[in-house]
Write a protein that binds this ligand. Structure first.
Ligand SMILES: *Cc1c(COP(=O)(O)O)cnc(C)c1O
Length: 417
């Protein structure tokens, strides 16, 4: 086999790598129409259609009732929490192992993030909901980490019996599913991101979906300065009143790229799952290696494979040896625990009075320090993450599998595993 370029080849985000004439054509349509703002065009006879079409196709793709396009995945989280009426004095349970925005969006709406442990699926351990719920808890924010669904049946059960909202953050798992239904349909309200690293992208962008017309109306209002324009009223008649909202509206140009990308998502998933299917059987059962546990393996998008070794040192050696064979792998995927981030260590918001942690002494308090998360610490330090991209071929997948098998054999022979 040739020593090809897995290492030297750039590994762009899945959707980014798949950009082509389809995106160009839709962007040109928008430019030629000169209708860049979704709610107005130069010619009233032809209202802007791109964001509206994206919402409709996205809603149908996910299998839900309402979809609202927004400016980003972080914005989508703020919109979802605002729609649910979450604010100062409320607590939201979220995994310590999650993206920056999962924590900061809770702080931005004035609520207090309460950090939970993950389990060996790298997603929320559902039993954490019982441990962390207080009279102030309003919601559980669930992240489907890197393409693989969280255990939504157990999470829904634990959350709903306590009267908590479930919010799914599907930013890393657009197109993934759980028990035959897309992620984003397993909660009261769900969010997506189209940022450049995601499975589909428009550079920046996001989506909020729900089956609840009331949450939809509130999401629309919060994303558009409190407005509820006729376009949305035709979908769901207004029931509530205006309130002060933010501005998270999607541009028609963004929607054009996102729409072309959405139409490619199933192809991207089939490609990734095909690569993964060449590797998994070859590495399953190797003594000393376990694969990431999955709440539903069929629903995994398949763009990243996780191998767990027995300890930190063994994982580091394994990575070094794979790396020497030109196999792209990592110890981290951009995520690291919230309690290691500066805004958690100092407990600050944009103004002292806006911090949900003000007055808590000493800070960081229990629940916000590494020593409070022994399982998250242990689990996240001994994996090897192997990305599988749009540019990878079947030969590349075989080369990765060969590399894993060879490194495993060499380390076993050396007594290192
Ligand atoms: C990327 C990401 C976000 C934020 O999305 P942006 O579009 O970058 O704002 C939120 N949550 C998770 C889990 C993410 O991976």
């Amino acid at each position: 086999m040739t020593a090809f370029t897995l290492r030297t080849r750039p590994v762009p985000g899945l959707g980014l790598a798949a950009i082509g004439p389809e995106e160009e054509a839709l962007v040109l349509d928008v430019l030629r129409s000169k209708a860049l703002f979704r709610y107005a065009s130069l010619d009233p006879a032809t209202p802007p259609a791109m964001t509206a079409r994206l919402e409709k196709e996205f809603r149908d793709y996910i299998g839900t009732d309402y979809a609202l396009a927004v400016t980003s995945g972080s914005g989508a989280l703020e919109v979802a929490m605002a729609a649910a009426g979450i604010g100062p004095g409320d607590e939201v349970i979220v995994t310590a192992w999650s993206w920056v925005a999962c924590f900061t969006s809770i702080v931005r709406v004035g609520a207090k993030p309460v950090l939970a442990e993950i389990d060996d699926s790298l997603n929320l351990d559902p039993s954490e909901i019982a441990r962390l719920t207080t009279p102030r808890t309003r919601a559980v924010l669930v992240i489907h980490y890197q393409g693989a669904p969280a255990d939504m049946l157990r999470i829904q059960h634990e959350a709903h019996r306590r009267g908590l909202f479930v919010i799914e953050d599907c930013a890393q798992s657009i197109g993934s599913s759980y028990r035959g239904r897309k992620v984003g349909t397993w909660s009261d309200i769900a969010t997506f991101s189209f940022q450049a690293n995601k499975t589909m992208t428009s550079g920046e962008g996001g989506m909020v979906v729900t089956r609840d017309g009331w949450l939809y109306e509130r999401a629309v209002r919060f994303h558009d300065l409190g407005n509820y324009r006729s376009y949305h009223a035709a979908i769901q008649p207004a029931r509530g009143e205006a309130f002060a909202g933010g501005q998270f509206r999607m541009s028609e140009l963004t929607a054009a790229v996102a729409l072309a990308q959405l139409r490619k998502l199933d192809g991207l998933r089939a490609h990734c799952r095909g690569l993964r299917a060449r590797i998994v059987p070859r590495v399953t059962g190797l003594a000393g290696i376990t694969l990431r546990r999955s709440a539903d393996d069929e629903g995994d998008f398949g763009f990243e494979l996780y191998l767990f070794l027995k300890d930190v040192a063994t994982a580091a050696t394994f990575r070094e040896k794979l790396d020497a064979r030109n196999v792209n792998c990592g110890a981290r995927t951009g995520t690291y625990p919230q309690y290691h981030r500066d805004y958690v260590k100092n407990g600050r918001a944009h103004a002292p009075s806006a911090s949900p942690f003000r007055g808590i002494e000493p800070w960081p308090a229990p629940g916000y320090r590494a020593e409070d998360f022994p399982r998250t610490e242990e689990i996240t330090k001994r994996f090897v993450a192997i990305p599988l991209g749009w540019l990878y071929t079947a030969d590349d997948a075989d080369y990765i599998a060969d590399g894993i098998v060879a490194v495993h054999a060499a380390m076993t022979a050396a007594g290192q595993i």
